[in-house]
Design a protein around this ligand. Structure first.
Ligand code: ATP
Length: 276
């Protein structure tokens, strides 16, 4: 087996605000292999976003450590890119300029580069536009695009510096069901093509199974890993697989476990007794 891309070791995170303490993560440990696609599910408040932000280097840890390629993470880096639910595009820039924006900042920070570098960046931006089906919209502004298209621009922008790791926090949460399906196949394609390691947070169990190679189910109060499921699907996915018995059985099992760990099952049982 390869050396893990990411090693999350005994990670703890406690937030303190207004005299209150929240243990967002307790003793979280996980090894992620290169080119894995890990999806995280779990009841609200179980620490999914906190864990993702910690891998991004946006959140300091209270305990433990996270290693990337064997080295401790101590802040954000161009080797990791994050995509959020809200598209966070620059409304005053065209699609093409949005995609190139971070790259341009890096060029400014690093000093003037040669023509070859500028050309390579343009080639990469064109290739990503094409991959995302956005070529006809290169000169459009974000407010002229649908939600799905805006999110495709955000993904293209994240991929621009060729990050080895992509961190996605409910990236398709605001999209309608049909657009989500298209995005699912697109992101699986990106994963295969770019050989990226992906950590993906979602509330949607079907999305977690369809996209993931492994599913990490987290539980709240304190935030922790409850269980890990291998996805019994081949690398090449298609939408009909959602109807396969092994898919629906895994979905049923995970939904039941989320209900149990969230305390929601107790609420549902009480409701059923009231209605009886
Ligand atoms: N900056 C912060 N200050 C104080 N508490 C925080 C902060 N960020 C997160 N928390 C708390 O930590 C816990 C975990 O939050 P987190 O957002 O990581 O969970 P989540 O599983 O992503 O939730 P959701 O599914 O609702 O997005 C929650 O109780 C949350 O209120």
């Amino acid at each position: 087996m390869n050396a893990p891309k990411i090693q999350i070791r005994q990670v703890g995170k406690t937030f303190r605000s207004n005299g209150r303490e929240v243990e967002a993560l307790r003793q979280v440990s996980l090894d992620v292999q290169p080119n894995e696609f890990i999806t995280f599910v779990g009841a609200s408040g179980c620490g999914k976003s906190t864990l993702l932000r910690s891998v991004a280097g946006l959140e300091g840890l209270s305990r433990g450590e996270i290693l990337l390629d064997g080295r401790p993470i101590d802040g954000p880096g161009v080797d990791r890119a994050m995509v959020f639910q809200h598209y966070s595009l620059y409304p005053w820039l065209t699609v093409m300029k949005n995609i190139k924006f971070c790259r341009q900042l890096k060029v400014i920070a690093d000093g003037v580069r040669g023509d070859a570098d500028v050309e390579a960046a343009s080639g990469r931006a064109d290739a990503l536009l094409n991959l995302m089906g956005l070529t006809p919209f290169a000169e459009a502004y974000p407010n002229q695009l649908s939600g799905g298209m805006q999110q495709r621009v955000a993904i293209a922008r994240a991929l621009m510096p060729r990050p080895a790791t992509l961190l996605m926090d409910e990236p398709f949460g605001a999209l309608d069901a049909q657009t989500r399906e298209v995005m699912h196949d697109l992101i699986r394609h990106v994963h295969a093509l770019e050989k990226t390691t992906i950590l993906f947070v979602t509330h949607d169990v079907e999305e977690a199974i369809y996209l993931g190679t492994r599913i990490v189910l987290m539980a709240p109060r304190p935030g922790r890993i409850d269980s890990i499921y291998e996805v019994p699907l081949p690398a090449k996915r298609h939408q009909d697989m959602k109807l396969a018995p092994e898919f629906t059985e895994l979905k049923r099992e995970i939904l039941a476990r989320i209900r149990e760990t969230s305390g929601m099952q107790t609420d549902l049982d009480q409701l059923a007794r009231l209605n009886a």
